[in-house]
Design a protein around this ligand. Structure first.
Ligand SMILES: [Zn+2]
Length: 56
């Protein structure tokens, strides 16, 4: 199951549920989510830490 991650699309200027979300490794053991805006197709990268803090 794909995770449902909401991110801010700069093009649409609002938070949106991302398509094609996957975790990608970044520098310093950081993890990022990479997703695509379903409305305009813009690629959106999110820090996993920020997603977690938003959910709590
Ligand atoms: Zn968008």
């Amino acid at each position: 199951m794909a995770k449902k991650v909401t991110g801010y699309c700069k093009k649409c200027k609002r938070d949106i549920e991302l398509d094609d979300c996957r975790e990608v490794a970044a520098e310093r053991n950081k993890k990022l989510f990479s997703g695509t805006c379903p409305e305009c197709g813009t690629k959106i990268m999110l820090e996993v830490d920020k997603i977690k803090s938003r959910n709590y």
